[in-house]
Design a protein around this ligand. Structure first.
Ligand SMILES: *Cc1c(COP(=O)(O)O)cnc(C)c1O
Length: 344
């Protein structure tokens, strides 16, 4: 049976063009800075984000840990959202590996943190307090409905950071989704942040890899921190060759992914038992819950999988659907039919 896999955009497979590029990549030792393909990917990424330099890393998780470790000395504090990926899903790495304290402020449903909350959580200079060093945002915000964060908000946060001598890091795992949703050049969305990470291996279909971007000096330290974490890789042009195709050719696909998601949201919102909030989804992630579900969450997931539809329950009665290049128009129709049949 054909499975419609809506668990995550990480399930995307490399395209035929990527597999060809991988096979033909001219390789070198990247720890010795000898791999031309990696250099090219880093240069192109720096241009796209409007930053001085970029670094290829194995995962988004490592990219965030590296960035926050470079911005925050041991014992200092990062301000982040309580629904951020870094706080919830990175195994406490900034604390375990970086000795970094975190102030966890509540995320709104659109992925922002109230500006006033940020302002009041910046520490005064006092021997009792950790020193605030960095504000970390997430764009688009995974757990907050895949919301894209707009430039006005980003610039407000950046100004506060500048006034207080803090750095801003952006976990932009899906920053291209935000750029597409807001109809902006990537560069515009990366203006008001000192560093940004994004994933090649989600909606952009590369098999492995993320990018970290920032100033030359930041990337110099990031490269060393990557080495500390064991993330220096040798003939990694084999992966960078796919990444080059991700950034040059795969971003258009995201428009289709967003269209598919809004079709899912519209269709599901017409089913009485399904609660979707908000209804105007802007990127490729959708959350819903079910009222009077005749099944337990686990049974429901199993039941749907038997019908060929796979997705996650992230917490009790909180289900998530994610669209990506492996999902076709037909899959969307089929999925809506199955939901209708099971819940009506
Ligand atoms: C997926 C994701 C990451 C981490 O990426 P990995 O490559 O899976 O480590 C970081 N932040 C957000 C918002 C993500 O969705």
């Amino acid at each position: 049976m054909n499975i419609i896999d809506l668990r995550s955009d990480t399930v995307t497979l490399p395209t035929k063009e990527m597999m060809d590029a991988i096979q033909n990549a001219k390789l070198g030792d990247d720890v010795l800075e000898d791999d031309f393909v990696v250099k090219k990917l880093e240069d192109e990424t720096a241009k796209l984000t409007g930053k001085d330099a970029a670094l290829f890393v194995p995962s988004g998780t490592m990219g965030n840990i590296i960035s926050i470790m470079v911005h925050c000395p041991r014992g200092s504090e990062v301000i982040l959202g309580d629904k951020s990926h870094t706080f919830k899903y990175e195994a406490g790495g900034i604390s375990a590996l970086g000795g970094i304290h975190s102030a966890q402020l509540s995320n709104n449903s659109d992925g922002t943190i109230d500006i006033d909350k940020i302002k009041t959580s910046i520490r005064e200079d006092n021997v009792h307090f950790p020193k605030t060093a960095c504000i970390s945002l997430e764009n688009s915000h995974n757990l907050c409905n895949g919301s894209p964060i707009n430039i006005e908000y980003l610039s407000q946060v950046y100004n506060i950071a500048q006034e207080n001598n803090l750095k801003v890091h952006t976990d932009g795992a899906r920053i291209f989704n935000s750029a597409v949703a807001l109809n902006l050049e990537l560069k515009e969305l990366t203006t008001y942040t000192d560093s940004i990470t994004f994933c090649l291996s989600k909606g952009l279909s590369a098999p492995i890899g993320s990018m970290v971007c920032g100033t030359k000096e930041f990337i110099y330290h990031a490269r060393r921190t990557r080495k500390i974490l064991g993330g220096g890789m040798r003939q990694v042009g084999i992966l960078a060759s796919a990444g080059l195709i991700s950034i040059s050719k795969m971003t258009n696909q995201l428009k289709t992914d967003h269209l598919h998601l809004s079709q899912l949201a519209n269709g599901l919102s017409q089913i009485k038992k399904i609660e979707i909030n908000p209804t105007n989804y802007k990127t490729n992630i959708l959350y819903f819950s079910i009222t009077n579900n005749p099944f337990s969450d686990e049974e429901f997931i199993q039941h749907m999988e038997k019908q060929g539809i796979r997705f996650f329950a992230l917490s009790k009665n909180k289900f998530r659907l994610v669209t990506h290049s492996g999902i076709s128009d037909k899959d969307i129709h089929f999925t809506l039919n199955v939901f209708n049949n099971i819940l009506n």
